[in-house]
Design a binder for this molecule. Structure first.
Ligand SMILES: Cc1cc2nc3c(=O)[nH]c(=O)nc-3n(C[C@H](O)[C@H](O)[C@H](O)COP(=O)(O)OP(=O)(O)OC[C@H]3O[C@@H](n4cnc5c(N)ncnc54)[C@H](O)[C@@H]3O)c2cc1C
Length: 396
């Protein structure tokens, strides 16, 4: 029994597992080769209510909170899916929350509802070629001209950037690099907005990643999320859920690798005995299991403190920088991400090693997890940036 166990959440696990078994596993290798998941998968996931988990019904979601989203992420990976699949199918988890929190009905109707219905795809563009860690240093500039902004700049490493119909884009509205940020929803097809080449990656092969360029792109002021220059705070507030999602992907990947490797070590014999009969191997598996479970317990604990339904007007309910739902959990979120990523990095490495040569082949599921895991300590704020946050929380 864990913090996320309840009859409803067990049902949610079963729903997710059935979805992965039926709709994902037969095709995942093809999507890895194609470099993206099909749009139809979004509609299928929406129809059974999976896409809208964690979003209130009032904006077209299925209800539930962060812990329900965590259950879905855990179960996708533990059923044989992957963190890359989570990134591709649930990009709306980072593209929409700012709009929901700002509570603008027009933006909710135009972008949130269709995305949660699976008919639109959204992306979030913060990172720029000059740097991603220093969010306040964003240089993509939006100059106010009547009832439009004129946007110039570029973004890179944008998840679902190739497929996205709209991009929640962080722009600077005062002086480039000043930290006065706003969020604009920029639609694909707007003149001057071009999507660059598909970026080839170490892992997350089924998740498309793109560079975006903006040259004199006219974006209606009506597409601004919240008041001008409140973007930095909005980004920081939503980072908590993104980081906990990445932490979940990390420990769930570790757990999946423990399961796969335990099975492998029972089946594989060397020198006339199953690998799993050797004390050295047993202890290695025990340590892998322990690290994965400890990370899971800690992430659940922090997530329970952050959890709240994403409600309309929530941004006004939690206005303090670094505070989510009234709790100063930013430091704990950073620690949770680092703990889970460290566990994952070590476990995937051990898992591949225990699989021997087979672990190095594309045919081995652990090979994909080994490659996919490497981004988790980079995306959503690197391990070093998490440490900077933790140090600040310690008063250093
Ligand atoms: C597959 C993938 C998907 C992504 N998806 C998205 C997305 O959808 N949207 C989006 O906006 N971004 C996305 N990113 C970008 C990601 O968030 C950034 O790569 C990340 O924040 C790091 O930024 P950077 O790559 O510019 O590294 P940099 O900021 O240049 O940092 C380089 C290195 O220096 C370290 N470093 C930086 N500053 C300090 C410091 N002060 N002290 C110590 N060390 C420091 C960093 O930890 C890192 O190790 C994605 C990236 C990848 C690879």
């Amino acid at each position: 029994m864990t913090i996320v166990d309840s009859p409803e959440r067990r049902q949610l696990r079963e729903l997710t597992r059935a979805f992965v078994t039926r709709e994902v596993l037969p095709h995942l290798d093809d999507w890895e080769r194609a470099g993206e998941v099909p749009r139809s998968l979004h509609e299928t996931a929406a129809k059974i209510g999976l896409l809208g988990i964690g979003f209130p019904e009032s904006v077209g979601g299925s209800g539930g909170d962060l812990l329900d989203s965590i259950v879905v992420t855990e179960e996708i990976i533990r059923s044989g899916g992957s963190s890359g699949l989570v990134a591709a199918l649930f990009t709306h988890g980072i593209a929409l929350p700012h709009m929901v929190a700002a509570g603008n009905d027009d933006l909710i109707d135009r972008y949130v509802r269709p995305t949660l219905a699976g008919t639109m795809i959204g992306a979030l563009a913060i990172t720029e070629p000059d740097g991603g860690s220093d969010v306040a240093g964003i240089r993509t500039f939006a100059l106010l001209d009547g009832d439009h902004y004129v946007v110039n700049g570029s973004k890179t490493y944008i998840t679902s950037g190739l497929r996205a119909d709209f991009v929640t884009t962080a722009v600077c509205t005062v002086l480039p690099g000043s930290g006065a940020l706003s969020l604009l929803v920029i639609e694909k097809g707007t003149p001057g907005f071009t999507v660059g080449r598909r970026l080839e990656k170490l892992g997350w092969h089924c998740s498309d990643t793109a560079e975006l360029s903006f040259v004199d792109v006219r974006v209606p002021v009506a597409n601004r999320i919240g008041p001008e220059d409140t973007g930095f705070l909005a980004i920081m507030q939503q980072f908590a859920t993104e980081r906990l999602s990445l932490a979940t992907q990390a420990y769930a990947t570790a757990q999946r690798c423990v399961e796969l490797t335990t099975r492998w070590c029972r089946d594989r014999s060397t020198f006339g005995r199953p690998l799993a009969s050797r004390q050295l191997v047993q202890h290695r598996l025990a340590e892998m299991h322990t690290r994965a479970e400890a990370a899971r317990a800690y992430v659940h604990d922090v997530a329970a403190r952050v959890a709240r339904p994403l409600q309309l007007g929530a941004s006004t309910a939690a206005p303090r920088p670094g505070a989510v739902a009234g709790q100063p959990v930013v430091t704990e979120v950073a620690m949770a991400k680092n703990v889970a990523v460290a566990a994952c990095d070590w476990v995937v490495d051990q898992a591949l090693q225990l699989h021997g040569g087979f672990g190095y082949l594309r045919d081995a599921e652990v090979e994909r997890h080994y490659r996919d895991a490497r981004i988790l300590g980079i995306g959503g704020g690197t391990t070093e940036i998490m440490n900077a946050i933790i140090a600040k929380g310690m008063g250093l």
